[in-house]
Design a protein around this ligand. Structure first.
Ligand SMILES: [Zn+2]
Length: 128
C-alpha cells in the first residue's frame, strides 16, 4: 500500500515524514522538522516524537499521551516563508483543518526553530 504524506500530497509518506517520525532520520532543516511535526499532528499517535522535537523549556506542561491525540482533522500544509541564520530558523506556514463543528479553518503561525548539538527543535511561536 502506498500512502501520500500528510504534509505533501505529491510525496509518499515512506519517503517524506515517516523516516523522521519513526526515528530513522533526523530533520536536516527547520522546514523538514516543521513538516514532520505537522504530519505527527495530522496522523495522531506520534506524541513522543512531538515532545522530543520540542525544546524542553517550552514543552514542560506537555505529555506524549496528550500530544498523541489527533485533535483536529488536518487537511493540508502550506509553507509560506522560511529563513535560517546559523542555528536559528523560522518557518511561516498555514495548516488547514476542519473544526469539531465541521467548519474549515486555518492555523497560521510563524514558528521558531533552534539547532542544538546538531539537531533541530521546535522553539515555539516566533515573535513578530
Ligand atoms: Zn511529509
Amino acid at each position: 500500500m502506498t500512502t501520500t504524506c500528510p504534509c505533501n500530497p505529491n510525496k509518499l509518506f515512506s519517503e517524506c515524514c515517516q523516516p523522521l517520525l519513526i526515528k530513522q532520520r533526523v530533520a536536516k532543516t527547520p522546514v523538514q522538522l516543521m513538516r514532520s511535526r505537522y504530519s505527527a499532528y495530522a496522523l495522531g499517535g506520534y506524541g513522543e516524537y512531538l515532545l522530543e522535537t520540542w525544546l524542553p523549556s517550552d514543552a514542560s506542561n506537555l505529555t506524549a499521551v496528550d500530544l498523541s491525540v489527533r485533535s483536529f482533522d488536518w487537511q493540508g500544509l502550506t509553507i509560506l516563508r522560511k529563513s535560517q541564520q546559523g542555528d536559528v530558523g523560522q518557518v511561516e506556514f498555514q495548516a488547514r483543518f476542519v473544526e469539531h463543528q465541521g467548519q474549515q479553518s486555518v492555523h497560521h503561525e510563524k514558528s521558531l526553530f533552534r539547532r542544538i548539538a546538531g539537531r533541530w527543535y521546535y522553539a515555539g511561536v516566533a515573535e513578530t
